[in-house]
Design a protein around this ligand. Structure first.
Ligand code: CAA
Length: 293
């Protein structure tokens, strides 16, 4: 029987970090949201507030619950404030091994020795992060899906040296956050990203080849396969830079089938990163995605 997780710190206030913090606060945990950029943390709180407003407008959340959720959400740009006394620390920084190793080295110093340490990485090796940061047994992959408050899965990734008790605590956290957990071994791309990025990359190659328009490729998968979103729209939701980083990594680790399409790299160079910047394969409006040109 593990103690409930009263305080959760999220390191990185990008798309995933802010969603994980929102989820935790909605589930009654004290959620601290850290980012080195104060502007990024402020944007994140604005974004979470807007999401909660939408839930209130739909009658899914009361004004009182919205206020108490926001009261449980503490933004900070000080890493020791975020990690001090936290029962679990979840890193949701960009997909860079060196950055994650550096962050976990600091998190190890600043958080309680018994804190559960999780990385939201979509593809990088938990074993390597843990070994290089000096937390091989305490770290586990806690892979959430966008949007974190909605998607039911938590993919728990077990590094080679992750202890049984760390995995048990990760399962307990999933339960507390209302997620269904699967436990997978630490292999590049785990059980989800490996399949997810292949579909997205193939859709981009089809667009490059002129097989059909972006809208029709997406419509094909929505109407023909009942996917909730088409693969190009989903790439916009996840972020083109995020998808490119995953593909680059899996290309190195697993081979040719993961080579990123040239169009994807070109769009990232052009700053067309998807929904978070308002432009990717679609132009994102308040009413949803519209054709980009
Ligand atoms: N917070 C809380 N609730 C939210 C929310 C948020 N941030 N965003 C959406 N919701 C809720 C809405 O309120 C709505 O609730 P009800 O059904 O109770 O009314 C529900 O989610 C659906 O939202 P919408 O009606 O706005 O939109 P939708 O019906 O078109 O669904 C979607 C949107 C849930 C995103 C759906 O299109 C979907 O499931 N898409 C696929 C998403 C997916 O595959 N994600 C995984 C990406 S891969 C990844 O994240 C991992 C990685 O490593 C890169």
């Amino acid at each position: 029987m593990t103690e409930p997780f009263s305080t959760l710190a999220v390191i990185g206030a990008g798309t995933m970090g802010r969603g994980i913090a929102q989820l935790a606060a909605q589930r009654g945990l004290e959620a601290r949201l850290f980012d080195v950029s104060t502007a990024q943390v402020e944007r994140a709180i604005g974004d979470v507030t807007a999401q909660l407003d939408r839930l209130v407008a739909k009658g899914k959340l009361t004004e009182g619950d919205k206020a108490s959720t926001l009261a449980r959400l503490a933004p900070t740009s000080d890493l020791s404030t975020a990690c001090g006394g936290a029962a679990v620390v979840i890193e949701a920084a960009p997909e860079s091994m060196d950055l994650k190793v550096k962050l976990f080295g600091e998190i190890r110093e600043l958080s309680p020795a018994e804190a559960l340490l999780g990385s939201n990485t979509s593809s990088l090796s938990i074993t390597e992060i843990g070994q290089r940061a000096g937390v091989p047994d305490r770290i586990v992959g806690l892979h959430f899906f966008n949007p974190p408050p909605v998607m039911p899965l938590l993919e728990i990734v077990r590094g080679l040296s992750t202890s049984d008790s760390t995995v048990d605590r990760a399962r307990a956290l999933a339960l507390e956050l209302g997620k269904d957990a699967i436990v997978v071994q630490d292999f590049p791309g785990f059980a989800t990203s490996r399949l997810g990025v292949i579909l997205g990359a193939e859709a981009i190659r089809m667009l490059e080849a002129g097989v059909a328009s972006a809208e029709d490729i997406d419509r094909a998968m929505k109407l023909g396969y009942r996917h909730p979103m088409g693969p190009l729209e989903l790439t916009d939701l996840v972020g083109l830079d995020v998808r490119l980083a995953i593909l680059d990594h899996l290309h190195r680790e697993l081979g040719e089938q993961f080579r990123p399409p040239a169009l994807l790299r070109q769009m990232v160079r052009a700053g067309r990163l998807g929904k978070k910047v308002g432009l990717g394969f679609y132009r994102w409006t308040d009413e949803g995605p519209r054709p980009a040109e």
